[in-house]
Design a binder for this molecule. Structure first.
Ligand code: ZN
Length: 539
């Protein structure tokens, strides 16, 4: 009997954690960070305490009550005693691995808490991007996907209590197994084995996926983050196929098409399918984004700011093409440069930072005196490509700045002049916090109320494609739509995926409206099973 238990991704977008158990072994399908669950209790200035180890996460229900799978350095003492009577408590040992679909944190983030000897299976691109994100990000203690600093319980005798504090030794890396090991040349291996912070990395090698106890299939699919895949697992009850996140309308849409054909040939017993955009009736393609953004930018005379989500490499390349076609230079942030550099280790068709004329790198005005090693390397290796606020400021019509809301702090140094344009190429706000940020964004763009008469300070940037609040709803003005291609397939495309793969059983995850599949696939011969949080489906 094969069992699937859903510890996350149930009626929520993200946080997928699906346990597959068979006589052959036990696997988790993704182990994601549940943003929605965190938002219920936490915000930027109220976070789980790193010094409390696993306690906050277990008490607040952010991590499943599964004893035996988490890092032992966060799990000492009699922590588990009080959770043994929890509804979904289990002692769970000998997990054979995590099948990771892609490097978005809502699928990968909670790997941070797992024992480091549980293997993580992924594509090489996903493993490398996960590392690049961690190297160049804030990497809070709950987002250390590839490597982590072990913590020690330190008893502070004078206060009669203790805390988990970061140990001073090296960072410990996880064991990754990649589906495409043959692509890793020496430089790529070096990247994996090097810590980019100052500390030493206690490195675990990348390995070949071949020695997993299950027969696995890894299918590349299209999603905004490169390296995304779906997985097929051959169980005693037949093939289980897990989609991860996917779309058909992106530049790599043919990958998802091939996945559908190949998965159909397996005649799967079960398909676990995402449903983020079930209520969208159609998609905007990346080509349409190019055309609409090109028109707006080609007419612009002053500075252009392009706002799109971090690590959407496809979108970055779309704007790079627009920069070439409008004779501007695309200004990217060092973390984007680091991501491109990392991807080039695996995908030589990725633009070369030093060879690409239309690409330059922005150095923050208040850069740290001793930047982290990854950042110092970018500044050194791409010295001729660095631009500062004053360079942008004095030739505003020459640039497209890739900034998002969180980079607006640079504007007082750049001082955008009359005729500047803010092209918004991302999704509308999904929660109250994001709505607040959008209000702030509008304030930034409209600032100052009165432009200085003889000085140079003139913001008053025109927004384009930017959602506006009307009667409590955030919408992009009709005539400015078509600047964002979603990372997820629309409803009709998801139904096509389900119909073509034609599993015996379909289990929707990563969706706020899983009933969509019940309503639309009734009578199609596919059994739709809606999972419950912590509940088990036997197949
Ligand atoms: Zn995703």
């Amino acid at each position: 009997m094969v069992k699937l238990t859903f510890y996350g991704g149930v009626r929520e977008i993200g946080g997928n954690k699906i346990l597959l158990e068979d006589d052959k072994g036990k696997l988790f399908l993704d182990f994601g960070y549940p943003y929605g669950k965190y938002r219920k209790f936490y915000e930027e200035y109220l976070k789980p305490r790193a010094g409390a180890g696993l306690l906050d996460l277990l008490v607040m229900g952010l991590l499943p009550h599964l004893e035996g799978i988490y890092r032992s350095d966060l799990d000492t003492g009699n922590l588990w005693q009080q959770f043994r009577r929890a509804e979904h408590y289990r002692k769970l040992e000998d997990i054979d691995g995590i099948l990771l679909t892609h490097a978005h944190l809502d699928h990968s983030g909670h790997i941070s808490f797992l024992k480091e000897d549980i293997p993580v299976y992924a594509t090489a691109t996903t493993a490398f991007i996960a590392k690049a994100i961690q190297d160049s990000g804030k990497a809070d203690f709950d987002q250390q996907v590839c490597y982590f600093t072990p913590r020690v319980e330190e008893c502070l005798k004078e206060w009669k209590q203790g805390a988990y504090v970061a140990s001073s030794g090296g960072d410990r890396q996880r064991r990754f197994y990649v589906a495409d090991e043959s692509r890793l040349r020496k430089e790529a291996r070096d990247f994996w084995e090097r810590a980019t912070r100052q500390k030493k990395l206690d490195s675990q090698p990348l390995g070949d996926i071949g020695n997993c106890s299950f027969n696995l299939r890894c299918f590349p699919v299209d999603h905004p983050i490169p390296g995304a895949c779906a997985w097929g697992i051959e169980t005693s009850s037949g093939w289980v196929v897990y989609s991860g996140d996917l779309r058909l309308h992106g530049k790599q849409g043919r990958l998802t098409e091939s996945f559908m054909k190949e998965a159909a040939q397996l005649h799967p017993r079960a398909l676990i399918l995402e449903g983020t955009n079930v209520d969208k009736a159609a998609n905007i393609s990346e080509q349409e984004v190019y055309e609409n953004a090109f028109k707006a930018i080609n007419d612009a005379k002053g500075l252009v700011i392009a706002d799109f989500s971090a690590r959407d490499v496809n979108r970055l390349l779309t704007f790079l093409q627009i920069a070439r076609d409008t004779k501007r230079k695309l200004v990217i942030l060092p973390k984007d440069a680091y991501l491109l550099k990392t991807m080039r280790l695996l995908e030589p068709e990725t633009p070369d930072l030093n060879e690409e004329d239309a690409l330059v790198i922005y150095q923050e005005t208040t850069a740290a005196r001793s930047p982290a090693a990854w950042l110092r390397n970018i500044y050194e290796e791409c010295a001729s490509k660095i631009v500062l606020a004053k360079d942008v400021s004095s030739n505003q019509g020459d640039f497209i700045l890739c900034f998002s809301f969180f980079d607006l702090n640079e504007l007082p140094s750049i001082q955008p002049r009359a005729g500047s344009l803010y092209v918004f190429s991302s999704s509308e706000p999904h929660n109250e916090e994001q709505e607040m940020d959008f209000r702030r964004l509008h304030h930034w763009l409209g600032h100052p109320d009165e432009t200085f008469k003889d000085g140079n300070i003139v913001f008053q940037i025109r927004g384009f494609g930017l959602p506006i609040e009307r009667n409590g709803k955030w919408e992009v003005p009709e005539e400015e739509r078509g600047l964002h291609a979603s990372g997820h397939a629309c409803g009709p495309d998801l139904l096509r995926v389900a119909r073509e793969i034609q599993p015996e059983m379909l289990i929707p995850v990563h969706s706020e409206k899983p009933e969509f599949y019940v309503d639309n696939l009734g009578g199609s011969g596919v059994d739709i099973i809606l999972p419950t949080e912590g509940g088990t489906v036997e197949i």
